[in-house]
Design a protein around this ligand. Structure first.
Ligand code: APR
Length: 253
């Protein structure tokens, strides 16, 4: 399914675009999603792994699970979808990426503004004193490590029941409210508060575009749903926008 002419026209006159992304945009980089048939939550119980009680009860088990995910993520490369969002920055005055992903692939691809709502698996901190441990060597240690304060060192990711990084969600809300076009890409849109951002955007007047092979609870709010994988869909958006700008230049403003 291709982007509509209306979307391309809107992008040609847009000043601010926001792209809200979920695990689906990294699927083509070989990183597992959570809720698809072969997703992580179909094989593991998030309440047993992705929360602080589980970590305090069994730090070594949780640490090993994240080391296994890191092993995949550290080998992963940005894909056509990540790269297309970087390309959009050449064509549109302001492009903000708001991601639920912890894989760091948007930053690796070269996106200028990446708001990481759920943290980043490449970083760690002490569960007790919050001291940061960004030493890459930690990402390869099999045994969970202790901080000097005696606390355990954990991945810098937001676990269920935890607050989002200070300021991140507020910045994301501002980008959603200011967006002329808001993309929701590769997310099942079921985890709040992040999943509230696309609706906030459309209520503030953005043209809301969902890119996902499947429908989600967000579909009913979208002005346009592109039933496609994100790599192909975003590459097509960039190609058609390039052609449109070459033919008629940036319209409006
Ligand atoms: N391109 C686009 N979308 C895809 C692709 C693809 N190649 N492959 C899968 N998808 C879609 C799926 O249809 C699904 O709707 O990506 C979505 C992934 O949904 P989830 O697995 O639920 O991941 P996400 O929405 O990012 O989860 C949100 O939940 O577990 C927590 O903190 C975790 O950030 C995560 C949050």
């Amino acid at each position: 399914m291709s982007p509509s002419q209306e979307l391309i026209d809107r992008l040609a006159s847009a000043r601010r675009v926001a792209a809200f992304t979920g695990a689906g945009i990294s699927a083509e980089s070989g990183v597992a999603t959570f809720r698809a048939q072969d997703g992580l939550w179909t094989r593991f119980k998030p309440e047993e792994l992705a929360n602080v009680d589980a970590f305090l009860a069994n730090p070594q088990m949780v640490w090993e699970w994240y080391q296994a995910r890191r092993a995949v993520i550290l080998e992963a490369e940005p894909n056509a979808g990540h790269r297309a969002l970087v390309e959009l920055e050449r064509l549109i005055p302001s492009v903000s990426v708001i991601t639920q992903n912890i894989d760091g692939l948007h930053t690796a691809a070269g996106s200028s503004e990446v708001i990481e709502l759920h943290g980043n698996i490449r970083r760690n901190y002490c569960q007790q004193c919050r001291r940061r441990y960004d030493d890459e060597a930690l990402l390869h240690l099999k045994a969970v490590q202790a901080c000097e304060c005696g606390g355990k060192i954990r991945p810098d990711v937001v676990w269920f029941g935890e607050n989002l990084p200070a300021g991140a969600f507020e910045r994301a809300e501002h980008r959603a409210e200011a967006a002329d076009v808001f993309f929701s890409i590769g997310t099942s849109a079921v985890v709040y508060p992040a999943a509230g951002l696309p609706v906030l955007a459309v209520q503030a007047g953005a043209y809301l575009v969902e890119i996902n092979p499947e429908a989600t609870p967000l579909t009913r709010y979208a002005n346009e749903s592109i039933r496609s994988t994100s790599g192909a869909a975003l590459a097509e958006v960039v190609l058609q926008l390039c052609n449109r700008l070459a033919a008629g230049g940036r319209s409006g403003n």
